[in-house]
Design a protein around this ligand. Structure first.
Ligand code: BMA
Length: 360
């Protein structure tokens, strides 16, 4: 089979897996798609904000324009299988997210990506409800406690979640059906740089926060088809301790690693191997799906980073998907994926073929 045929077939499988009904107890929808990619050894490739902008361009909402541009497509002729979007700012009722993305344009991107057979993944760098600061405001260790039932910011936080729910519920496919999303809240909680991080709340508070989020979006607001991903960030010390901050098997589908690269190639590979080995053990014990939920080398100065480093970092692990972070259009050195002419572009295309990475 030619490579292009393989890719077309994989895209068709993605579509099918997203729409068929699985037996009770077995994963269905997004989780089923990810589980089969993991077991087939054909991880999906994901890119944050892929259709929204690239290294030197921006999509826009003008009538008649389609969401067709993608740095990844420019480089390998295919769209990423996963489109990552960030909901930070929706909680305030803002029209744009924290990175300046229009929420209406994000909706258009999500609809277009779903129509192509892709998976939409949502992260949420939401403001700190206790201090009024941003997601990185770690000046108080009361923020998580304050949003739990009985806390002084509980009502406010419920309003924030309703605004998020309204946006997710507005994602409709052409046939009117709800577009399923992979939701990845409260990420990198093994570190302490977000207000929900390790030193900012107890494990009980973290788990209660997650369960409350799930219960509200899924049970109260009835959002169908959501899959849930938890993403500890690799920490050189005490990484295994993240396991105490896990809301329970009923609330999670995917367990993924956030781990960024530096120019220290061997150090990155060691961290990825240690982190993935730990998460793989956890996934096997809990029946969960393994992923690399965020990674990348900023500015990609190594022309062989994809086949020479990332490939080795994930080799041998049943990884369902690998997502690299965004290519900011307003910060020339803030990019984690190639664009046309970027020095690792050919190697990226080679990696997609060599490692049987699923793209659309
Ligand atoms: C970070 C950076 C920030 C951005 C945030 C949320 O890693 O890319 O510029 O605001 O993600 O997208």
């Amino acid at each position: 089979m030619k490579v292009s045929e393989t890719l077309t077939l994989l895209a068709a499988c993605l579509l099918l897996a997203g729409s068929c009904t699985a037996p009770a107890g077995a994963p269905s929808g997004i989780a089923a798609t990810l589980a089969s990619a993991a077991s087939a050894g054909t991880p999906l490739y994901g890119h944050q904000d892929d259709l929204m902008y690239g290294h030197d361009w921006n999509a826009n909402l003008e009538p008649g324009t389609e969401m067709t541009r993608s740095d990844i497509k420019d480089v390998c002729g295919h769209y990423p299988a996963i489109l990552g979007l960030d909901m930070g700012g929706i909680e305030l009722g803002d029209t744009k997210n924290l990175d300046g993305n229009d929420f209406a344009l994000m909706r258009k991107a999500a609809v277009a990506h779903h129509a192509r057979g892709g998976i939409v993944s949502l992260s949420w760098h939401l403001r700190n409800p206790f201090t009024g600061g941003d997601a990185w405001d770690v000046s108080s260790d009361q923020a998580v406690a304050s949003v739990l039932p009985g806390g002084e910011k509980h009502e406010l936080f419920m309003l924030w979640m309703d605004r998020l729910a309204d946006w997710i519920l507005s994602l409709k496919a052409e046939d009117g059906s709800q577009i399923p999303v992979l939701f990845r809240p409260w990420h990198e909680h093994s570190g302490s740089w977000f207000w929900w991080g390790r030193d900012l709340c107890t494990a009980e508070e973290y788990n209660a926060l997650w369960q409350m989020t799930y219960d509200h979006l899924v049970r109260e607001r009835g959002i169908e088809g959501m899959a849930w991903a938890i993403s500890p960030n690799y920490m050189p010390q005490d990484f295994e301790q993240w396991e105490a901050r896990y809301p329970g098997d009923a609330y999670v589908d995917v367990v993924g690693l956030d781990c960024y690269a530096s120019l220290n190639r061997d150090g990155y590979i060691r961290q990825m191997h240690a982190g993935l080995a730990s998460l793989q053990r956890f996934c096997e014990a809990h029946g969960k799906i393994l992923a690399v939920t965020e990674t990348g080398l900023e500015t990609l100065p190594d022309p062989r980073w994809w086949t020479g480093t990332l490939s080795e970092a994930i080799q041998g692990f049943p990884v369902s998907y690998v997502l690299t972070w965004r290519n900011a259009s307003d910060r020339p050195t803030h990019f984690f994926a190639p664009f046309a002419g970027q020095e690792s572009a050919d190697d990226f295309a080679a990696w997609i073929l060599q490692d049987k990475i699923t793209v659309l």
